[in-house]
Design a protein around this ligand. Structure first.
Ligand code: GCU
Length: 616
């Protein structure tokens, strides 16, 4: 018992450390809507494959000739002192435009994985008395060391969630110099581990901004419609006057206001009957309201939709009415032959329009990691229900407390960033993870975190099923902890089953839970046609027939509540190297990387048009 006790203590301590670290991280909810100065655009960049900028060759502190983060202009120092020595020069290194992965900086960066330094300068005034300045990154993949004017500001790990640092005391009047070391390398202890079926887009992949807020400001505000018809409000202030402060939450279009006073920790939880004329959000009517949160000198505005989502028996209910999720999966990768994961509003709209209008869809699985807030806001606006997930993917190191802490921090950052997004209906905690006791405990901890952070949404995970002959059984023990079962299934692609056999597969599952087929798919190279009766894999005809037969199988599953086939668009994957059909792309897209629709696109579109007509 003693040993177990010690282990539990270690687990607890590591979780405590992670929670403290996470808590120290400001949330800055709706930061993307706050007035801000953009630091996007021209940055210098310089590779550092052996990480000399972080440690000397005996592992000690890096010396001046290698330290990229120094508050110096190397050329000026060397011009004045003939004996000065730098083996880099950040200000005269090549220039690129951020955000966007370094894959796009130069051809030789295509498969570079490691450390890259970025630097830019910007002019600033000294912060006004009573204000705080935050430096915020939408995301950097995978870890980032941030320096301002030569001083380390902080470090963040995790490639897909925002992070920010209070730089009030480091800013100076005039020229300020920001240096960021981004390292894409991951170990088996990271989330995700090194092997995934998607490209690692190393670098600063989302916007960098400077935000000024009052010294006491609204760090978190979550406003939602509860299943019993109330507007619930959770607010957390940060700063010297956070405790016992008046807070007002208003929805002007409804003439609705909630007021309250924070407790000793700067928190307010309150709720009030929703106004009768509240128009609920739905894919058919994606109504968003301006919601204003006022506390002291701070005014925060977010755009929020109000709806409820729940599971009842094997059905999903949106605003109390059954809904079938007509969806598809999607990676965060813009259209085009050389994506750099620069997801602009126009790029997000182009992709989501293919789902909403092209496929008659109402659902999108944003796989396999938290996507850019640009995309979740676009889903709010266009009316698509979202499955949001963290990359607890394949072979995670279940027994490492630090790995669990990373996953918990990422989950928390994702949920706190996006729980005001009406489009998000499901939080997923895993994808295709092997079943064992350590994995079950790990995922149950994450499920508990989701329920603690957000009781208004559904919890799911993409699982695997077992097969005997033509009977597929969902027997993952995790199902009991989920609201919605989700299964990835590929009979007829990763098996030699004749496609004509696929509809005859039978599905068995624990009763009383909705099922989503969270993945099924087949590769096809756009434009490769095989007109024979029994078409070959990688042809458009094979992919189209695969969809016809798999959809016929799906139609027979009485507890099926949704589909998110794999996937909308061909995407980069270093694991896919067939020289004719793949060339470093996973070709399961219904559209090619440049947006060319394959034959299977219209097969799914017709299925969803039919289901949409049925649902009305
Ligand atoms: C898996 C996995 C995806 C992968 C897909 C495929 O189900 O979840 O990330 O891309 O299969 O093999 O194409």
């Amino acid at each position: 018992m003693r040993v177990l006790g010690v282990f539990r203590l270690a687990l607890g301590l590591s979780a405590l450390v992670a929670a403290c670290a996470a808590a120290a991280q400001p949330s800055l909810v709706a930061a993307d809507l706050r007035p801000h100065e953009s630091l996007d655009g021209a940055w210098n960049w310089s590779v550092d494959p052996y990480r000399d900028g972080l440690a000397g060759f005996h592992g000690d502190a890096p010396d001046l000739r290698m330290r990229r983060s120094g508050d110096v202009i190397q050329a000026e120092v060397m011009a004045k002192d003939p004996r000065a020595l730098y083996e880099f020069d950040m200000q005269r290194s090549p220039v690129t435009s951020l955000p966007g992965s370094w894959i796009g900086h130069a051809a030789e960066m295509r498969y570079y994985q490691g450390l890259v330094w970025y630097q830019r300068s910007f002019a600033a005034q000294l912060p006004k008395p009573g204000t705080r300045i935050f430096l915020r990154f939408g995301a950097a993949d995978y870890s980032a060391d941030v320096y301002l004017n030569g001083k380390q500001v902080g470090r963040h790990s995790g490639g897909f969630t925002p992070f920010a640092f209070d730089v009030t005391k480091l800013l100076r009047a005039g020229r300020n110099q920001i240096t960021v070391g981004v390292d894409s390398a991951r170990t088996v202890d990271d989330v995700p581990p090194p092997v995934t079926d998607w490209e690692t887009y190393g670098g600063i992949t989302r916007s960098v901004t400077l935000l000024a807020v009052p010294e006491t400001y609204v760090d978190d505000a979550w406003v939602r419609l509860t299943r019993d018809g109330q507007i619930a409000v959770t607010v957390r202030l940060d700063g010297p006057s956070a405790a016992n402060s008046a807070v007002r939450v208003a929805i002007p279009a409804l003439g609705f206001t909630i007021t309250g006073t924070t407790d000793g920790q700067g928190r307010l939880e309150t709720r009030y009957a929703a106004p009768a004329r509240l128009q609920r959000w739905s894919p058919d009517s994606p109504r968003l309201y301006d919601v204003e949160v006022a506390a002291g000198a701070d005014r925060l505005t977010d755009r929020i939709g109000f709806r409820t989502i729940e599971a009842r028996g094997s059905q999903l209910l949106l605003n109390g009415k059954p809904i079938f999720l007509r969806g598809i999966s999607m990676h965060e990768e813009e259209l085009g032959k050389d994506p750099v994961r620069a997801m602009t509003p126009a790029a997000a709209r182009a992709l989501l329009t293919e789902i909403k209008d092209g496929l008659h869809g109402n659902f999108v699985r944003l796989a396999h990691y938290p996507h850019n807030e640009v995309t979740t806001r676009m889903a709010d606006e266009m009316g698509l229900i979202v499955w949001s997930e963290i990359p607890v993917y394949w072979r995670v190191n279940w027994s490492n407390p630090a790995t669990l802490a990373s996953a918990r921090a990422m989950l928390r950052e994702n949920i706190v960033r996006d729980r005001n997004r009406a489009s998000i209906g499901l939080w997923s905690v895993a994808n295709e993870t092997p079943v064992n006791d350590a994995r079950n405990a790990f995922l149950r901890t994450l499920i508990g975190d989701v329920r603690a952070l957000d009781d208004s949404r559904l919890v799911t995970a993409a699982l695997l099923s077992s097969r005997k002959d033509k009977v597929m059984t969902i027997d993952d023990p995790l199902v009991a902890d989920l609201d919605v079962m989700a299964i990835n299934t590929y009979n007829g692609w990763y098996s030699s089953d004749p496609l004509a056999d696929v509809p005859s597969f039978e599905w068995r599952a624990p009763a009383g839970k909705p099922l989503i087929f969270s993945e099924f798919g087949a590769d096809a190279l756009a434009g490769y046609h095989d007109g024979v009766a029994d078409p070959h894999k990688f042809s458009e005809e094979y992919q189209a027939e695969y969809y016809r037969q798999t959809l016929a199988m799906a139609a027979k599953v009485p507890f099926l509540a949704g589909l998110s086939p794999w996937l909308l668009k061909d995407f980069r994957s270093p694991r896919r190297q067939h020289p004719i059909f793949q060339q470093g792309w996973n070709r399961k897209g219904l559209i090619s990387e440049t947006g060319a629709r394959k034959q299977a696109f219209s097969v799914l579109a017709e299925e969803y048009r039919r289901r949409s007509a049925q649902q009305r």
